[in-house]
Design a binder for this molecule. Sequence first.
Ligand code: CMP
Length: 139
Amino acid sequence: ATERTFSIIKPDATKRNITGKVIDRLEGAGLRVIASKRIQMTREQAEGFYGVHRERPFFADLCDFMTSGPVVVQVLEGENAVAKNREVMGATNPADAAPGTIRADFAESIEANSVHGSDAPETAAEEIKFFFTEQELVG
Ligand code: CMP
């Protein structure tokens, strides 16, 4: 079924000016960008967005990193968009990511791993709402 997922192009990728290369991979996988904005995340946004990770040892570093430069937040639409996006991103740790995936080809580390993608349709709905209004989604 047609589905929506939420994506972030992270500061390591905006810093290297490779947002187009990342989007090319997403579009090449059949995903359509139906909303996109480049933003500087505030501390409050980073801590709120990654709230499920609050107790993890990497939480503070993660929030530091996500506020260290611009990010591009996007909504992607397509057949099985959540799973498809996860497939094209590759494993969280680039050392484990399959060849040809975004993280295998572009990520610098488990933290500076170039992209975020929702892990399930329910999470996607929440993450989309965190950054976008319904009117901003143009399919
Ligand atoms: P993301 O999909 O954005 O969700 C949480 C992020 O935490 C994850 O990608 C990683 O970039 C980051 N992170 C940093 N250290 C770790 C770790 N040890 N395990 C899992 N995620 C980590």
